[in-house]
Write a protein that binds this ligand. Sequence first.
Ligand code: NAG
Ligand code: NAG
Ligand code: NAG
Ligand code: NAG
Ligand code: NAG
Ligand code: NAG
Ligand code: NAG
Length: 921
Amino acid sequence: MGTHHFFFLFLFFILLVLNFDITTAQISGFVSLDCGGQTNFTDNLGLDWTPDNQIIYGITTNISVTNETRQQYQTVRYFPADNRKYCYTVDVKSRTRYLIRATFLYGNFDNNNVYPKFDISMGPTPWATIVISDANTIESQELIFLASGSTVSVCLSNATTGQPFISTLELRPFNGSIYLTPFENQFFLSVSARINFGAENEDPVRYPDDPFDRIWQSDLVKKANYLVDVAAGTDRISTSLPVYTGKDEQPPQKVMQTAVVGRNGTLTYRMNLDGFPGYGWAYTYFAEIEELGSDETRKFRLVLPGEPDVSKAVVNIQENAQGPNRLYEPGFENISLPFVLSFKFAETSDSTQGPLVNAIEISKYLRISDGSLDGAVAASLVSGYKLSDWAQEGGDPCLPVAWSWLECNSDREPKIISVKLSGKNLTGSIPNDLTRLTNLEQLWLDGNALTGPIPDFSGCPNLKIIHLENNQLSGELPTWLADLPNLSQLYVQNNLLTGEVPSGLLNKNLVLNYTGNDSLSKGSNEGRRNRNIIIGLAVGAAALFLGFITSCLLLHQRKTHPKTEPKHSVPVTNNATTEADQSFTLSELRNATKNFENKVGSGGYGTVYYGKLNDGKEIAVKVLSNNNVYQGKKEFQNEVTLLSRIHHRNLVQFLGFCQEEGTDILVYEFMHNGTLKEHLYGPLARERGIKWLKRLEIAEESAKGIEYLHTGCVPSIIHRDLKTSNILLDKNMRAKVSDFGLSKLTVDGTSHVSSVVRGTLGYLDPEYYISNRLTDKTDIYSFGVILLELISGKEAISNESFGSSCRNIVQWAKMHIESGDIQGIIDPALGNEYDIQSMWKIAEKALMCVQPHGNMRPSMSEVIKDIQDAILMQRGVETAAREGSSDEMPRHTILNMGSLDLMANDQDLSIDESFARPGPR
Ligand SMILES: *[C@@H]1O[C@H](CO)[C@@H](O)[C@H](O)[C@H]1NC(C)=O
Ligand SMILES: *[C@@H]1O[C@H](CO)[C@@H](O)[C@H](O)[C@H]1NC(C)=O
Ligand SMILES: *[C@@H]1O[C@H](CO)[C@@H](O)[C@H](O)[C@H]1NC(C)=O
Ligand SMILES: *[C@@H]1O[C@H](CO)[C@@H](O)[C@H](O)[C@H]1NC(C)=O
Ligand SMILES: *[C@@H]1O[C@H](CO)[C@@H](O)[C@H](O)[C@H]1NC(C)=O
Ligand SMILES: *[C@@H]1O[C@H](CO)[C@@H](O)[C@H](O)[C@H]1NC(C)=O
Ligand SMILES: *[C@@H]1O[C@H](CO)[C@@H](O)[C@H](O)[C@H]1NC(C)=O
């Protein structure tokens, strides 16, 4: 006991020490990598440098450049001039704005005097081409970006001359928002010029004068076409008085204490703008640092050739900044600029003093690449092999060039089409992530030490070539292999596979080698069929029954469950037909509802009553109001037929109908926990609100129900009235989508159908409302609104909740999210019990869903993927789940853990007890 005590104290102490270390490192958050360096050191500015020895690629070497004594410039790391990319991956804090700087001092490291030329990229986004033109001059590139994940990668590639190399990589976090732009989710800011006018000498101003270590270039530096054509009468001035600059990322005081003045009335400059022409972000920084007499004024305009609008605004620094020695910072968030920029400040006719400028900053917008479509899956895949070289290539799997063991197609958002991991010493089971590369054409895993069964690749219909030979794979050769339409080569020899080769494979025209599996036999087709019948029976009537009553074609069903194919079936009963016309009598329903005594809800289309059938089954009885949508018996029957075809665990189960005495009644399973709406706001919410994780799960479940309507049924079904009162919760708080009263079969083969606009205010897709064109993107809009409600706990439309100018959750949330203020919309009832990153993930997806134009909105399956990612973040069990899946765990266990890799299977007909139970009659 005593020792235990001591041990815990000791542990606590260690944790304390560790914690301390981590926090001091994070206070500044600076990362300064000395590429090719060997030791840690602190430079004379006080910056802490670390060697880049975590990167396993490249060669380090010493260089020597006259007059360059800084230690970080005594070494470089260089890479082979091949077709690969070489990446540095640096940890960042998501939703933080950063400056990243890469520098390159060639120094003739290869004794070749061939000046290298190569590309750098920021993840998948091409950043710049580095062109060395002098062995002793440092080339530098800077980007300002908002981190969207937990790491960023800077990659070197495409060596057109010489060998790619790098000297330093520096990361500096910002903590304010002057670099916030409305476009920062689509564009990086590539810094082109940051100039300190009137500088004391040629040295740049940087850390520690600038706490963010921006480099403010001196205007005295001599280089080609840099600040030339200076107007006569340009004076350099400075002050030693403090200049008030505000507390954000405004230029440091030292920069603002110097300036140039145009004594003859103008200031003129011409310079080359790296990276332009293009659209840019350009800011000017002014502070009145001369003492002006009471009768003196300094008023001037900016003049840009070809931009007459720009010169309309008059700058009067003292007035604009409300006093001397204070910063005034007008700028352009989006302006088109040329490569050769000439600019002029000219005094106005009523000004007594010439123009003055302290600093300017110009950046170019660089469009962020979305990266390859399989990026997340690939990241998940390699994270399971942290120690293997092949898993450490970093960056995007396909862009700007693919990892060495992958091939990608040339789509704008490329997809992985080939995985070649032959002989990589892989152990454990075949990673499930591979099955999520749905465009895969070739899979090479031969010559490893892989064990366990072959996972389900039926979701990769393009597979042509599969090499699994020379491993220790066990289990049967799966039958879905025979259903891969393009499969032409299958090598599984020298494994430990058992059972029989599926007859479908033997009958298929393909190269198949399964020798060297001692317990795998060719078998007879006869034996196989018999066995399948037995399995079919054992799986239970339920599966077969479902197989037939559902005419909604499940896209994956046939592939993943060949056992339910007719040829394996037991004789078909007429379950199918009895289910479809499951009619109740009115008296039966009167009985069940005690003469419609217990009203549990009402909507635009009728009133819902609680009922209990004679066999104890609880039901919800929806009595449609008279002016209902069904004009006659036929339409009603059509609707009912539609409803009877829809089976999914996240859709409220339709049990039957009744049409008597002019009343139309629909009968559904009873959902004990009511509507999502009640749980988000209202008395129930106050009593026991639902936590963020549960909200995410509800979002996932209802999204799956909707996805099924969109993609699981042929023809697909658009719900048209999604809202929180149409998402119901069963007794286990599992969400199901209800009310298909408005659903309408879409016309097969056309992308939209026109009909009368129906829906609920606040959830209604504006595009649909205006154009009357109904597509599945109409549901996506409504679902986006539901996501915003889950985040905020606020109703879609409200006169009070959103302040005076706004009644609508979409407008309100958009405003907050886009300005980075997510806290402003989070439901206070959630307290602090949520992961901010998972919150961001959902918030951003929600905004995508409510884009004004349908074609900009994601599909339901994309939405599901992000919700699942958010769930993983929230659970913090991403690694646990992955480790779990590498064991031979039964699939359903993985599924219950909410693992992200089973989307295909989620479309299965679940053997849900509500299905398996006999119907109400
Ligand atoms: C350098 O510093 C880092 C932390 O900044 C530390 O993790 C690492 O061990 C140090 N390396 C050496 C060689 O001292
Ligand atoms: C580089 O310089 C360091 C320190 O001067 C020295 O220890 C190291 O051996 C040198 N490396 C090479 C490859 O010359
Ligand atoms: C190096 O510095 C010396 C003295 O400061 C100077 O005379 C010389 O021109 C510099 N050489 C280069 C290549 O910059
Ligand atoms: C490689 O660089 C050359 C020359 O800069 C360029 O033309 C080419 O497009 C680049 N290739 C890729 C894949 O970026
Ligand atoms: C600028 O002013 C100075 C003195 O006032 C004068 O000598 C000079 O000619 C002027 N230059 C121009 C270009 O007007
Ligand atoms: C394969 O992996 C095992 C264990 O991880 C290791 O001992 C062995 O050296 C590796 N072999 C090769 C060729 O990398
Ligand atoms: C099948 O694989 C075995 C073992 O690698 C090999 O010896 C044999 O030639 C192959 N058969 C065919 C038909 O390719």
